[in-house]
Design a protein around this ligand. Structure first.
Ligand SMILES: *[C@@H]1O[C@H](CO)[C@@H](O)[C@H](O)[C@H]1NC(C)=O
Ligand SMILES: *[C@@H]1O[C@H](CO)[C@@H](O)[C@H](O)[C@H]1NC(C)=O
Ligand SMILES: *[C@@H]1O[C@H](CO)[C@@H](O)[C@H](O)[C@H]1NC(C)=O
Ligand SMILES: *[C@@H]1O[C@H](CO)[C@@H](O)[C@H](O)[C@H]1NC(C)=O
Ligand SMILES: *[C@@H]1O[C@H](CO)[C@@H](O)[C@H](O)[C@H]1NC(C)=O
Length: 263
């Protein structure tokens, strides 16, 4: 493992969308590196599994606190921050990972879809970050934001998703500037297609999923998709002291996809 085992000793880390995929793997990595975790997700059974995994790999056998949270509900977000502070008395690192992807073009994206995407991908991140910032200033903490590739299902025609993404990229850069003088760093990772169970759970049949992965090999110059741990490692790096002078960055973790042209 490329990390010191006490890299995040007693740091308090809040991870949203921790019940599966990149969020779960990231939570487990931070736990292994000594952190105390506050986890949220919508699937309580999976969240409990992540939590158990975290406890198992924690040297101090720290047990995460867990919230079955609907981040579009303001009360849930408020409760999440309140309980995290009540339990741990501080917050060092915020990992904004929850998010959704839905398809549709200007011709067929309904307002309901638009609202859903913006509420989950933008508004809830905004509110959670807003409530966390006072504590992050206190701890000189950091924010790492993860792209919302939770249920990749198609390529073109993801209009509302793309709009929510650019809103958030601008958000990352703006708050990085706003918080720089207060020593809070804000960065994001931009994963390419990442191997998780989510695509299948999102309704793709086995065959369709394999086709999707095959096609993805062609769009990622390194000829494969990402393993979630490869994304989690970069999240940990950006949150760590090693990245102490890095802020306002959107870091691709995509085997070269973002620098390649269409082919
Ligand atoms: C930070 O760098 C040190 C070596 O300088 C290394 O041991 C450690 O694992 C790095 N941590 C992270 C999170 O990158
Ligand atoms: C965690 O450890 C417990 C006890 O050692 C074990 O029973 C359980 O299977 C482990 N859970 C996971 C998810 O690894
Ligand atoms: C929306 O319309 C586009 C063409 O504009 C089409 O390619 C796509 O399949 C449609 N998507 C849905 C979800 O109906
Ligand atoms: C959405 O964004 C991705 C990546 O930034 C881009 O490749 C794609 O062309 C965009 N799609 C649409 C419909 O704008
Ligand atoms: C985080 O960065 C990713 C990739 O650049 C982007 O898709 C996402 O919307 C950003 N979210 C925030 C909160 O900045």
């Amino acid at each position: 493992m490329p990390f010191k085992s006490d890299e995040f000793l007693n740091k308090v880390v809040l991870v949203t969308g921790a019940s599966s995929g990149i969020g779960a793997v990231t939570a487990i990595l931070f736990s292994k590196l000594g952190a105390k975790l506050s986890l949220t997700g919508r699937n309580i059974i999976n969240l409990e599994k992540t939590s158990q995994d975290c406890e198992n790999v924690s040297h101090n056998k720290y047990k995460p606190i867990m919230f079955k949270a609907e981040l579009t509900h303001d009360k849930d977000v408020e409760n999440l921050v309140k309980e995290t502070i009540k339990t741990y008395s501080k917050l060092d690192i915020l990992i904004n990972n929850a998010g959704i992807l839905e398809t549709g073009s200007i011709e067929n994206t309904t307002l309901e879809q638009y609202d859903r995407l913006f509420n989950i991908n933008v508004r809830s991140v905004y509110y959670l970050t807003m409530l966390s910032v006072p504590y992050l200033i206190e701890s000189k903490g950091s924010i790492v934001n993860v792209s919302s590739v939770n249920g990749i299902r198609s390529f073109p025609g993801v209009l509302a998703y793309n709009m929510s993404k650019s809103a958030l990229d601008q958000f990352t850069r703006c708050i990085a500037l706003e918080l720089a003088s207060k020593n809070v760093r804000v960065n994001s990772v931009n994963p390419g297609v990442t191997l998780t169970e989510l695509q299948k759970r999102g309704g793709l049949q086995e065959g369709e999923y394999n086709n999707f992965l095959e096609k993805s090999k062609g769009t990622h110059p390194m000829g494969r998709v990402a393993n979630p741990i490869e994304v989690a490692n970069i999240i940990a790096f950006l949150a760590s002291e090693n990245a102490s002078f890095v802020t306002g960055v959107n870091m691709p973790v995509d085997g070269g996809r973002s620098v390649a042209g269409l082919r």
